[in-house]
Design a protein around this ligand. Structure first.
Ligand code: ADP
Ligand code: MG
Length: 623
């Protein structure tokens, strides 16, 4: 089978070397990391045996904390604890405001399009929050595997747009990770079940997580997954099941809607625990301690729970039907339904999904882990660990495809990273009166000028009826099939005259060439990576230096003795010296060194400011 590209640029390795790679499911509620070990993909636990890492980051006084500890702190420190960054990533402040004011954070408008969240440790962007989660997972993988990761595959929802995808990639870069590629979550789930090895067919991926519902319909055709349609509800998930149960308990107990926040939080936690227990038990006991000291004992059984959550399940089924309609399919056209997300453990959900699609859903792989597992399988292939026999069909085109237009310019018809198969068309016209032929020159590359792109093929459209300049309508269509084969058709619309050629877009183009073309394009766009990295590090150094100088001026004398001050000042001038040079990596290290050298000073300042803040308040105010 003809391939567009067998491995990612720069990723070919000698077959005997095994390279460490991981798949990361960067979720709204929980994230996971998985890797292939002894031939099978497994998720990796942290030191305490926990596989799921809550996607919560706390910007604490002393450190940045990620996961369960951060989640536990969210109740008491909501402003500095960022959850659900995935809902914000790659979005502008206006989009975020449209999400509603359910978010407790203080957003800061910046001169770039990216909004930031004000925290105790400075303003952070959703990209930085996600980077912390990725860093934590990569560190976990590296410590379990005992080596550095050569790269990762990170999953994103199928509906993520270019900006959200780019922001996710930026987060990985910020975390110091090489990203082999982003993978659509539903595709990852399908890969985990090996559906890519099956015969061609249509599959549905039903993903009900903590706060979101996604349904995707994929078509597998000659080894490539094509997203036919996606639908869902970004405000429907396990949390809503918790609320339904909590409301039921409140009605029994006689607690009003306006109960204290503390009681409501407690109730929601109990409701969630009861819901999860009911996925395996028929009934669960409930105990509740009310603020007035009264204890309430009750029980929730499966049938009651099912009735409570049925309206929510019905909403997901409406979205499934909509998605099927968009894909132009009937439910029985779907061969397999893959269950993804912790909430699909609810037996009632499985039943109702089976009713709709007329087939029992696939549930053998842990629905929390299935996306990470699929991502790990892809990462393993992309790291080059599979040798030559298992080639991976990349489902995107690596370089843009376009046409030569007047003045030696290239008009892009299909931008790079577009998933294949794909077809795009554009209309062109003649520029001379009576022109009867036209040269179609097909090019590949990211640059603006024909001279800087790779010429793929030239062909002619003849017998165009003579017309005034600009009157002919010539439709040029590009079609890339699942094999990566491009065919270009040019057709004059009024006469129907037509010419067609087939080309292999990446024939003869090596990985190194692809890489250098990409590099050229970005360099020309003023994005020279090296220069940018140096600039970023210099800005970072300057920020650190300025903060430290200001601190020393305000309380250096009060908080430091002469020796300590000498140490801090030495570190400061060392960074000043290195920052003036041109070595980005040295600057990064020096910033880290300076921060370490000043740890004790930062802590002292923090303690002092906390003392100052609590002075004059009663301890009760801080419970
Ligand atoms: P996300 O994709 O949003 O990060 P997850 O797929 O991790 O979320 O799903 C989290 C949700 O799954 C939570 O609402 C959690 O209560 C729910 N969940 C986890 N285990 C169970 C279970 N055994 N029964 C029902 N719901 C569960
Ligand atoms: Mg998920």
């Amino acid at each position: 089978m003809a391939l567009l590209q067998i491995s990612e640029p720069g990723q070919s390795v000698a077959p005997h070397q095994r390279r460490l790679a991981a798949g990361i499911d960067l979720g709204t509620t929980n994230s996971l990391v998985a890797t292939v070990r002894s031939g099978s993909a497994v998720t990796l636990p942290d030191g305490e045996g926990r596989h799921l890492l809550p996607s919560v980051v706390r910007f604490g006084g002393d450190a940045v904390i990620v996961g369960a500890e951060a989640k536990a702190a969210a109740v008491d420190d909501p402003l500095n604890t960022v959850a659900s960054a995935k809902r914000l990533i790659g979005r502008g402040l206006d989009d975020i405001e449209r999400l509603g004011n359910r978010l407790p954070y203080q957003f800061v408008r910046t001169d770039t399009a990216v909004p930031r969240i004000r925290t105790r440790r400075g303003d952070v962007s959703p990209v930085e929050v996600s980077a912390e989660i990725l860093k934590a997972l990569a560190a976990r993988a590296e410590s379990v595997l005992g080596g550095e990761l050569s790269g990762v595959v990170v999953t994103v929802p199928a509906y993520f747009d270019e900006a959200q995808r780019q922001a996710t990639k930026d987060a990985a870069r910020l975390a110091g990770l090489k990203i082999f590629r982003l993978l659509n979550e539903p595709t990852a789930a399908a890969v985990a079940y090996g559906l890519d090895k099956n015969a061609d067919g249509v599959h549905a991926i039903y993903d009900l997580g903590g706060g979101t519902f996604d349904i995707s319909i994929l078509r597998l055709r000659r080894g490539v997954f094509e997203v036919l349609a996606t639908s869902g509800d970004s405000a429907l998930g396990g949390d809503d099941l918790d609320r339904a149960v909590a409301r039921w308990i409140m009605a029994r107990v006689g607690v009003e809607d306006n109960a204290s926040h503390r009681l409501l939080r407690r109730l929601l936690r109990d409701a969630c625990a009861a819901k999860e227990a009911l996925s395996t038990a028929d009934r669960v006991p409930l105990h509740l301690e009310l603020p007035n000291g009264v204890r309430w004992e009750g029980e929730l059984d499966r049938a009651t729970f099912d009735a409570l959550v049925d309206p929510l399940i019905a909403k997901t089924l409406v979205a499934c039907r909509r998605c099927l309609r968009d894909a132009g399919l009937r439910p029985d056209a779907v061969q397999d339904v893959v269950m993804v997300g912790g909430s699909t453990r609810v037996p009632r959900i499985r039943e109702r999904v089976e009713e709709l699609f007329g087939t029992p859903p696939l549930v053998e792989i842990d629905p929390d882990r299935v996306v990470a597992i699929g991502a790990a399988l892809q990462a393993d292939v992309l790291a080059g660990n599979k040798g030559g026999d298992e080639v991976l069909l990349l489902d995107v085109i690596p370089l843009s495809l376009g046409l030569e237009t007047m003045g030696g310019l290239v008009e892009k018809i299909i931008p790079r990273n577009t998933t294949i198969p794909v077809a795009r068309a554009q209309e062109f016209t003649t520029f001379k009166d009576g022109q009867t032929a036209m040269v179609i020159h097909v090019l590949q590359g990211e640059r603006e000028l024909v001279a800087d792109c790779r010429s793929l093929v030239r062909f002619e459209l003849r017998e165009i009826p003579p017309m005034m300049a600009g009157a002919a309508r010539i439709l040029v269509s590009f079609e890339v099939d699942a094999d990566g084969l491009l065919s270009v058709t040019a057709r004059e619309q009024s006469s129907g005259v037509k010419a067609q050629v087939e080309v292999k877009p990446s024939y003869g183009l090596t990985d190194a060439e692809i890489e250098s073309m990409l590099r050229d394009a970005t360099a020309r766009a003023g994005e020279d990576l090296q220069a940018r990295r140096l600039h970023e590090q210099q800005v970072e150094a300057e920020r650190t230096l300025a903060a430290l100088r200001a601190a020393l001026a305000s309380d250096g004398d009060a908080l430091l003795d002469a020796t300590e001050r000498g140490l801090v000042e030495d570190a400061l001038s060392k960074l000043e010296r290195i920052a003036a040079g041109g070595d980005a990596e040295a600057i990064r290290i020096a910033v880290g060194d300076l921060e370490k050298a000043c740890d004790f000073y930062v802590e002292r300042r923090m303690n002092r400011s906390i003392r100052a803040a609590v002075a004059g308040h009663k301890v009760e105010e801080f419970e």
